[in-house]
Design a protein around this ligand. Structure first.
Ligand code: BMA
Length: 428
């Protein structure tokens, strides 16, 4: 085991669990750089020691909502503080089911392989708009709220996407016959959109938690509506919906939830899909239908494309280069705008590459000072094999051939899982 020259202040190491405050150490950046170079040989204790944070890189980042709640403000501020040091690892539906189990309290495929929960939990509220009791993948909404509260109490972060059926036609997200035009103010189905957003607001109101001081507040949520809109596979996407209609849809969503429904616990993530971003024109393509800096907190990217997507014919070398380029360009754009960059969704379906996590995902994230600005990385869900009768998973389950590599990824200093987190909801 390699010993590293650590520069720890008198305050010592950050504790494994929900620490209360961000512990500060000196030499934060140099520590991270040193640790980045040693790849996966860092031990558990070395991993812990790099959790401490010092200083604030650049300007403080504040939510677009001037009335954002204190914990929401703290979340974005603290994610910003961690930039350049480490990124949060997230997993969709992690607590609801795994490849070989479902509805068993306390389980998560991430935990079964690494011993720890993810730092960030993705959930999808598709079918909430229909008034259903479960989402499009069969996850019960009340149980989902419970898992969100549980994760928050342990110090984790919650993010929500929405594969919404068309509020006017009732067609699923992937039906591109009818776009978003008639959902906008003045449109035939505008009330149906409002009703869907009302249901969402009700769901978010149900996320109230009581603090140890007895205060009740809704837990902060990174909301990622209308994702992958630069692709042509969703009804709100390119083709079915005109660019200006998408911008109007996004802005209406934010304004309505913030002003009309008075939700002040949301951070908004914008997330184009990498497969439709031409590297030679990355910035202009990324900003297709961008709703504006006043409407976005997080500049995300959904990236399956560079990580082993079956339709991508690029060589492994080219894909690796494209992956790091996409993150570099994203992070530069985010820095210009004073926003946080994140890989909001992605991964390699079925993990056919057993060393995917340390040899493909991690090298891209650690490639340079820009890629290291990425605040979090979320991989998609581990579908239950029996229920869905197929293999569709993004983290290894116990016994899978990629499990060992995922453990090494877990131990790497740059990856934050739940028990690695400092208190993200308290701003010093
Ligand atoms: C997709 C797939 C689908 C699922 C949808 C929403 O990428 O995982 O099976 O229904 O996400 O979670």
């Amino acid at each position: 085991m390699l010993r590293l020259p650590l520069h720890i202040s008198a305050q010592g190491l950050a504790p494994r669990r929900f620490s209360g405050t961000l512990v500060r150490v000196s030499m934060r950046l140099s520590l991270f750089l040193v640790l980045s170079l040693v790849g996966c040989s860092a031990s558990e204790s070395e991993k812990n020691s790099r959790l401490a944070v010092t200083g604030s890189p650049g300007e403080p980042v504040t939510p677009i909502d001037p009335q954002a709640s204190e914990p929401t403000r703290a979340l974005i501020g603290n994610l910003h503080q961690l930039q350049g040091e480490a990124f949060l690892f997230g997993h969709q539906d992690s607590l609801a089911y795994g490849v070989e189990w479902k509805e068993e309290s306390g389980r998560s495929d991430v935990k079964e392989v690494t011993g720890d929960y993810p730092a960030l939990y993705g959930w999808d509220v598709g079918h909430l708009e229909r008034g259903d009791s479960a989402n499009l993948d069969g996850v019960d909404f009340e149980a989902m709220q419970g898992w969100m509260r549980e994760a928050y109490r342990r110090g984790g972060v919650v993010t929500i996407s929405w594969h919404m059926t068309h509020p006017g036609t009732g067609a699923d997200s992937w039906n591109t016959q009818t776009g978003a035009g008639a959902l906008l103010p003045g449109g035939e189905w505008h009330d149906a959109l409002k009703k869907a957003l009302d249901r969402f607001a009700g769901f978010v109101d149900g996320l109230a938690v009581t603090t140890p001081e007895g205060e009740v507040h809704p837990l902060p949520v990174i909301f990622r509506p209308w994702h992958e809109h630069n692709g042509d596979w969703f009804w709100w996407g390119r083709g079915a919906t005109a660019e200006e209609d998408y911008v109007a849809l996004w802005r209406f969503t934010v304004d309505y939830l913030r002003e009309e429904k008075q939700l002040h616990n949301l951070l908004y993530a914008f997330s184009p899909d990498r497969s439709r971003l031409d590297m030679s024109r990355f910035e202009s393509q990324y900003l297709y239908a961008y709703p504006g800096d006043d409407y976005v907190d997080i500049l995300g990217i959904d990236n399956y494309w560079d990580l082993g997507h079956e339709a991508n014919e690029a060589s492994p070398e080219q894909s690796a280069e494209d992956f790091q380029q996409s993150l570099t360009r994203l992070a530069k754009l985010a820095a210009d705008k004073g926003k946080l960059p994140a890989m909001t969704e992605g991964g390699q379906d079925t993990l056919f590459q057993p060393d995917f996590f340390t040899q493909r995902l991690l090298p891209g994230l650690l490639a340079n000072e820009w890629t290291r600005q990425v605040a979090y990385v979320q991989v998609w869900r581990n579908a239950n094999r029996e229920k869905e009768d197929r293999d569709h998973f993004y983290v290894p389950y116990k016994g899978h051939e990629a499990a060992e590599d995922f453990e090494a990824f877990y131990r790497h200093p740059a990856t934050l899982f739940e028990s690695d987190l400092p208190d993200l909801y308290d701003l010093e």
